[in-house]
Design a protein around this ligand. Structure first.
Ligand SMILES: Nc1ncnc2c1ncn2[C@@H]1O[C@H](COP(=O)(O)OP(=O)(O)O)[C@@H](O)[C@H]1O
Ligand SMILES: [Mg+2]
Length: 326
């Protein structure tokens, strides 16, 4: 057994562990996610996220993108070590089997969420899948309301402004560039703070058969924030998710109906908390921040992939409205 496999075997009580299927390689050659097969343990498989940045980037402290990624793996390790166990079935996440980190290297062994009943992946979640993703987000935001993001990103999401100064600098849209700090500040000033997942796209949800329940993975950008950042990001993809609903611009946009679905799930999740929450005030504040969160994400896209940005006329129109209202 390799050193890593010995470590996985020890962590699971297995007599042996061997490399199984590679699930995927990590972004920009940073490593891989593999399934490890076990003998003599309670479970047959675990999933290992193994991060080893390319040699040329090691120690490149001035490289903002590398620094952000390194921090993101520290955050993901902390998430699984100290927060993940607070998620119940309503916001299911993989359990941590074990984690190890050295300088610019991370190894995170997780429960195999496929084996736990979430074997499907969907690029297009469809209506029932979308409902399940929003229900997961609502339960997650309700659970971590008022919880300090100790050891996580102070401000969650992979696009938050402090870590995206390079993209801001090259943005052609001067009006949006000038408004960017104000959008960011309005979100940070939110009184009902919670934890945001930070990359809540369909690819980071694992679906139960039939797609009516989900578990979430990929906690590299989890941190403090307003729940609207996750919802705006998930719903900003909606136009591409054609099967969700045909988009008729003369009608109330589908996006707003999904926002209502989110808030209905949030209400029932908040009702289940033992501590009372002023849910009317929360919903009022978050609804008002939804367009801001939408514009904040599109501020990132405008600097990072402006062609993508130009094509999305709805996001453009929405952002113009927000800028006018500031
Ligand atoms: N615990 C797990 N069980 C099963 N599949 C997983 C697990 N963790 C991740 N995956 C699969 O691997 C993919 C990539 O993992 P993720 O943590 O999102 O890495 P990346 O940072 O490369 O996006 C996920 O989208 C999911 O399909
Ligand atoms: Mg991912």
């Amino acid at each position: 057994m390799s050193h890593d496999h010995e470590w996985v075997a020890r962590a699971t009580g297995a007599t042996s562990a061997r490399r199984g299927q590679r699930i995927q390689s990590l972004w920009s050659g940073y490593g891989e996610i593999v399934r490890v097969e076990l003998t003599g343990a309670d479970v047959e498989t675990v999933v290992v996220k193994s991060v080893q940045p390319p040699a040329r980037l090691r120690g490149a402290k001035k490289d903002a993108s590398h620094a952000r990624k390194c921090r993101s793996y520290d955050v993901e390790t902390t998430w699984y070590r100290t927060f993940a166990s607070r998620c119940d079935d309503s916001c299911r996440v993989p359990r941590l089997v074990g984690a190890q980190s050295a300088t610019e290297e991370w190894l995170i062994a997780l429960e195999d969420i496929d084996a736990a009943g979430f074997p499907e992946r969907r690029r297009d979640p469809g209506p029932s899948g979308m409902d399940a993703c929003l229900r997961w987000l609502a339960a997650f935001h309700a659970r971590f309301l008022g919880v300090a993001p100790d050891g996580l990103w102070k401000n969650g999401t992979y696009w938050h402004l402090a870590t995206r100064q390079d993209e801001l600098a090259v943005m052609e849209d001067a009006e949006l560039r000038a408004a960017a700090p104000l959008l960011d500040q309005k979100l940070r000033a939110c009184t009902f703070q919670t934890l945001v997942h930070g990359d809540a796209k369909p690819a980071n949800f694992c679906f139960a058969r039939g797609g009516t329940a989900v578990a979430a993975v990929d906690f590299q950008y989890v941190g403090g924030g307003c729940g609207m950042s996750d919802v705006a990001y998930l719903l900003s993809d909606l136009r591409e998710l054609v099967s969700c609903e045909p988009h008729d611009p003369s009608e109330d946009p589908a996006e707003m109906r999904w926002l209502d679905v989110y808030f209905a799930h949030l209400r029932s999740a908040l009702d289940q908390r033992t501590e009372r929450v002023e849910s009317d005030a929360l919903e009022r504040e978050w609804r008002a921040l939804y367009p801001i969160a939408r514009a904040d994400y599109h501020r990132f896209l405008a600097g990072w992939a402006k062609d993508h940005w130009r094509r999305d006329t709805r996001a453009q129109a929405l952002t113009r409205d927000v800028l006018r209202s500031l």
